[in-house]
Design a protein around this ligand. Structure first.
Ligand SMILES: Nc1ncnc2c1ncn2[C@@H]1O[C@H](COP(=O)(O)OP(=O)(O)O)[C@@H](O)[C@H]1O
Ligand SMILES: CC(=O)N[C@@H](CCC(=O)OP(=O)(O)O)C(=O)O
Length: 298
């Protein structure tokens, strides 16, 4: 146990060391994707909320986009609705869409908003339907194996892709010091609801607000090679090869794709980092101890 004055000196030292990092990000917008798999423990959820509030307190503007795949899966199971994935996307019929809206726009969104606010933040929960924040259109998924001459188009139901983001709304909220917490549900021109992978929404939001950084928190140390080593600094071509040879699959597919698209679209950098580590966000932005897979445009 540290003596009180030792403790105070330690806090002062930590703050001074963080100063250049804080100065680098003050006034900048960071988009943080909080994945369903990194949301499982109460302790981690609290540490995430405190990180977000700490960022805002020192003048950085966080925008949170959350997932909730495991939570959707749990409710579908309880309702005996089967669900399956193609290229990391949940095939979404209208019954599944109702559950997705209930879980993402209801319980998960409000839990995160509430946690941030309990820690002293000013979070506001939104789905893509609010002020048409996420304009969407149906996503066409193509699938090709080495035996197939041409790719086949698969109907994945109400799965959407982002067609536009209402940046006026986000800019207004951010400049009024609110912390937007966004559920990845999009709305079509005709009012149809779309289920959109949360990584893809986070990437498009980051592009639209010209974020300094996109941080994708997940349940793994980063992008791994077949031996389990963390890969970083990859080119688009290297990523394509890793997808082709099966090293990148499932939920990592949309994650890596959106990270690449975001940096090509003008986001300073994208980072896939381990959401199972307490204070993962603060460690990344306020110290040299950043961990995970960094993707920059080159
Ligand atoms: N090359 C890879 N490196 C790391 N994880 C990978 C890789 N390929 C596939 N994955 C899978 O992707 C998962 C992360 O995606 P996902 O479960 O959708 O996360 P989240 O819920 O955080 O969005 C990992 O837990 C792992 O099972
Ligand atoms: C189309 C699609 O797959 N949508 C996702 C949306 C939630 C999500 O992306 O959650 P995670 O980030 O926790 O995986 C789903 O239905 O699971």
């Amino acid at each position: 146990m540290l003596l009180d004055h030792d403790k105070a000196a330690h806090v002062a030292k930590v703050l001074t060391e963080a100063l250049p990092y804080i100065q680098r990000y003050v006034g900048k917008t960071l988009v943080i994707k909080y994945g369903g798999n990194a949301m499982e423990s109460e302790e981690l959820k609290n540490s995430f909320a405190r990180d977000i509030v700490s960022m805002k307190a020192v003048g950085i503007n966080p925008i949170v986009v959350h997932g909730g795949g495991p939570q959707i899966g749990d409710l579908l199971k309880r309702l005996s609705i089967e669900s399956h994935f193609i290229n990391g996307m949940r095939v979404t019929d209208s019954k599944t869409m109702d559950v997705v809206e209930m879980v993402l726009g209801g319980s998960v969104n409000k839990e995160i908003v509430s946690l941030i606010n309990q820690n002293g933040g000013n979070a506001i929960g939104l789905t893509g339907k609010d002020a048409r924040l996420i304009q969407a259109k149906k996503l066409n998924v193509t699938h090709k194996t080495s035996e197939m001459a041409a790719p086949e188009i698969i109907d994945v139901g109400q799965v959407g892709e982002v067609a536009g983001i209402n940046t006026n709304l986000l800019n207004m909220l951010v400049s009024s010091d609110f912390i937007p917490v966004i559920a990845p549900i999009g709305v079509g021109d005709d009012g149809t609801s779309y289920n959109i992978n949360a990584d893809l929404v986070a990437g498009k939001v980051a592009e639209a607000v010209k974020a300094e950084k996109l941080m994708l928190l997940t349940n793994i140390a980063g992008l791994l090679d077949k031996e389990g080593n963390i890969l970083t600094g990859l080119t688009t071509q290297q990523v394509d090869e890793l997808i082709e040879n099966g090293t990148i699959y499932g939920g990592m597919l949309p994650k890596i794709q959106c990270a690449l698209d975001a940096v090509k679209g003008g986001v300073g950098s994208a980072l896939i980092l381990d959401g199972r580590v307490a204070n993962a966000i603060l460690l990344e932005i306020f110290t040299d101890k950043g961990i995970g897979t960094l993707i920059t445009c080159h």
